[in-house]
Design a protein. Structure first.
Lengths: 504, 321
């Protein structure tokens, strides 16, 4: 069931109706039933994977709970507990790996072999990370183990976030599923506001930009120079509109049920560094990596030994930074692999990791440069420069993300430089990419609206609170404008694709 | 306070609905589907033709009736997929006008393309009279469309904003109220009674590029599924069900000979396995029907009115047997 379809909205409306009609104690059961019904609508077979992940992580958490009721018991059962964790991670990541990366591995070790045609269950990357994160939280005593298997099943399968995140934490979600939620029109209004805004970004911006992006990246041989740059810039628009818009829909739908999900975006294109960018883009994946990979790795014994060796060889300052740099490279390698199978994703991850590592290593150098040149690193000009620099670096990474393969990405990069010419602005190329003049105008206007709102948010404005303060006619006019702008300006393709991240 | 809030919310929804109704009225033009579906659900007939634009341009029910001695009507329309045809037949039955026979015109091209990929896939649904069939049609096909096409159908026609004054004028006129199609007539196309479009001879006869070559590997699951559903429904309702393929120009047939032969073999197999009579009129000789492309509207095989009337005699004779 596509989040973009009328069926989905009707489904949400029906679930909401049931949710507020049943006794408060049973509300979570309505959500559980709806979540499984939602997943079942995509096929019976893929439900088995969801059940497998739910069962193994539930069983592991219960085993961890039984073997570690207090510190003494946990210490006594240390080996056993590690074994439980090892098996659970192996099973869950194993299934994910086999389904998602088998063809890549086959191609790597047995080039030319027939690819396997296994189904990739919807949202497997998201629910696997969410449930594995829960197990690790129970292991580290950050959250209580959920005793009720059905409540736990809801945590793993909550339908708004099942397909494209945000990757939730048990410590924040579990309590919300237990609380009673009363029908509140203001909250419904806020949820609908958010859903509409998400659809606006998806239909008006992402789908429109996606037409030219598909043309440029599919027929890359025909283009180069400015057209490739336009393709990459439009991919920024497409990806942001699609993923951030999708998150708005997801968070808005959850809000209708009184459930607050973690935010996944915070004005990412105002980032001043790649590190900052990953604190604002796909935030829940970033924090997942930080909590369950970066910190455990940085604090591990082998990394500590590596740090000591680095300090011995490179001196105190660099020696302290090197283990962090290495951890970042490994984390982003995993982030790259998480995004998909193929060398391009590995390079995409490494590109981000290496940039972050280099930024860490060169911090003393930059500080000296600022001192020598008397440039104030906190000046407004420097801030804008950093934003633009980060934006360019992020856009370079999109070549790897969007191109069909690593070799195509590299070729497109070469063509961008070699075939650079301003002629494309007047020779009609721009109008041969599947977009008309009016589409470009709509894109520009839409981007301007998103930019202005992001700027307000960046400066600490709470747009929703601002809207709430407006008098009723103004608020209604805004809602009507937003509601009717989608059918008026949305891309005109009836079937349309779904959200990009719903394929992960 | 809560009640007041709820009242305001309801009023807001009513406001949205009113805007939507106004926009639908202004943007959505008249369509032959409106007239055809009204006729299908209000008139009585023995034979019901369903199918694509070829049925619409090639079959004149009045001529067919002269041969068969029965009463027929044509509900084959441009962009009508099997999913739509199935619900048109159901609509006829639900409204108490069950035909004795359904004749499905099989256009191979429609089995190879997604019914959601065409223009305005909800154009039939929008013109369906309120009925249980309309609800099941909605649940089956329409609610999978993007929500704004469903809630705001005018959006599919938003590029026709220049036609708004004309559309409004037509909709306020008597012909529209009587389910007429006078405003849809052009210099080359005139709508005749019983769902037949009379085309003048073609000027679009310059290319094969629009002709879709049949490839059985590209046939989706849905057409076959709905074909079986339709056949089963007709059986349940005691309706005779038969299938025909209409003749394309000789030039098109020769150019894509293997494709047409494969289409013939493919469908003969399907119809045979279900025990459904099937007649492919592409075997008509020049003596029986002059199939020069000059007698058609285009290479795709839409007949001129003149040729369609000759063909309808042949079809009528076949249906009499």
């Amino acid at each position: 069931m596509s989040f973009l379809s009328a069926k989905f909205l009707m489904f949400v409306a029906a679930v909401a109706l049931g949710y507020y009609i049943v006794p408060k104690k049973m509300q979570w059961l309505v959500l559980l039933a709806a979540s499984y019904l939602f997943y079942l609508s995509a096929g019976v077979k893929i439900l088995l994977f969801l059940l497998f992940s739910t069962f193994t992580t539930y069983a592991c958490a219960m085993a961890l709970d039984l073997t570690g009721r207090n510190a003494e018991e946990a210490s006594r059962n240390k080996k056993k507990r590690k074994f439980f964790i090892f098996i659970t991670l192996l099973l869950n990541f194993g299934v994910l790996f086999v389904l998602k990366y088998m063809n890549f591995v086959l191609e790597l070790f047995r080039p030319g072999s027939d690819p396997v045609n296994w189904i990739l269950p919807l949202g497997i990357s998201f629910y696997t990370f969410q449930s594995v994160g829960y197990v690790l939280d129970v292991y580290w005593k950050r959250t209580e183990a959920e005793k009720n298997p059905f409540r736990f099943a809801l945590f793993v399968s909550f339908f708004p976030q099942l397909l494209q995140g945000p990757i939730g934490r048990h410590s924040r979600l579990a309590a919300q599923f237990k609380e009673p939620h009363y029908f509140d029109l203001t909250r419904i209004e806020h949820g609908l506001q958010r859903i509409l805004w998400g659809y606006f970004q998806k239909f008006v911006l992402a789908d429109r930009a996606g037409v030219a992006v598909a043309e440029i990246f599919t027929n890359y041989q025909k283009y180069g120079g400015l057209t490739d740059i336009l393709g990459v810039l439009l991919y920024s628009v497409q990806l942001y509109g699609d993923f951030s818009g999708g998150m708005d829909v997801v968070i808005g739908v959850a809000e209708l049920f009184g459930i607050t999900l973690d935010e996944n975006f915070r004005q990412p294109f105002f980032s001043v560094s790649i590190t900052d960018f990953w604190h604002r883009w796909h935030i829940t994946l970033g924090t997942w990596m930080k909590d369950y990979l970066f910190y455990p790795m940085s604090l591990s014994k082998w990394m500590s030994r590596f740090g000591k060796r680095c300090r011995h060889v490179f001196g105190k300052k660099t020696g302290r930074i090197l283990p962090i740099a290495l951890s970042n490279i490994i984390v982003f390698l995993v982030v790259g692999i998480w995004h998909g199978s193929g060398w391009k994703y590995i390079v995409y991850g490494l590109y981000n990791g290496i940039l972050i590592a280099l930024a860490n290593l060169n911090t003393p150098l930059f500080d000296s440069m600022f001192r020598i040149t008397h440039i104030n690193p906190k000046s407004r000009g420097m801030h804008v420069f950093r934003i633009i620099r980060t934006f360019i670096l992020v856009n370079i990474s999109w070549y790897f993300d969007m191109a069909g393969s690593l070799s195509i990405a590299l070729r497109m990069m070469r063509d961008t430089a070699e075939k650079f010419s301003f002629n494309v602005l007047k020779d009609g190329t721009l109008l041969s990419l599947g977009l008309k003049k009016q589409d470009y105008l709509i894109l520009l206007a839409g981007i301007l609206v998103v930019f202005v709102l992001s700027l307000f948010r960046e400066n600490g404005h709470d747009i929703r609170a601002d809207v709430d303060k407006k008098v009723l006619p103004v608020r209604w006019a805004l809602y009507l404008l937003l509601f009717f702008s989608v059918p008026l300006l949305g891309m005109n393709n009836v079937a349309g694709g779904g959200f990009i991240y719903a394929r992960f | 306070m809560r009640d007041f809030k709820a009242l305001r919310a309801v009023f807001f929804l009513v406001l949205c609905a009113a805007f939507t109704a106004a926009l639908n009225f202004a943007f959505i033009p008249n369509s032959v589907a409106r007239a055809d579906l009204h006729r299908v659900s209000t008139e009585t007939y023995d034979d019901l033709f369903i199918g694509s634009s070829h049925s619409h341009s090639d079959i004149d029910p009045l001529v067919v009736d002269r041969e068969t001695g029965r009463k027929s009507t044509n509900a084959g329309m441009p962009s009508e997929y099997l999913t739509d045809s199935y619900y048109i037949v159901k609509l006829a039955c639900e409204s108490g006008h069950r035909p004795k026979r359904v004749i499905y015109e099989w256009d191979p091209g429609y089995w190879m393309t997604e019914d959601m990929a065409g223009n305005n896939p909800d154009s039939f649904y929008l013109r369906f009279p309120a009925s249980l069939t309309k609800i099941s049609y909605f649940a089956d096909k329409i609610m999978d469309m993007k929500w704004y096409y469903v809630l705001e159908p005018w959006s599919e026609y938003r590029n026709l904003f220049k036609n708004i004054p004309a559309t409004v004028k037509i909709k306020l006129g008597k012909d529209y109220r009587n389910y007429g199609t006078a405003d849809l007539d052009t210099d080359v196309k005139k709508y005749r009674p019983e769902g037949f479009a009379y085309f003048s001879k073609g000027t679009e006869t310059d290319s094969f590029s629009n002709v879709l070559s049949f490839d059985r590997t590209k046939v989706g699951e849905k057409p076959l599924q709905y074909f079986k559903k339709l056949a089963g429904y007709c059986r349940e309702q005691g309706i005779e069900f038969t299938v025909v393929t209409l003749p394309v120009p000789r030039e098109t047939y020769s150019a894509l000979l293997s494709s047409f032969q494969d289409a013939h073999d493919y469908f003969t197999g399907i119809a045979g396995s279900l025990g459904i009579p099937y007649r492919d009129f592409n075997d008509l000789s020049d003596g029986e029907l002059d199939r020069q492309v000059l007698n058609y509207r285009d290479y795709d095989g839409h007949m001129s009115g003149e040729l369609a009337e000759k063909f309808s005699v042949i079809l009528g004779k076949y249906l009499t047997k």
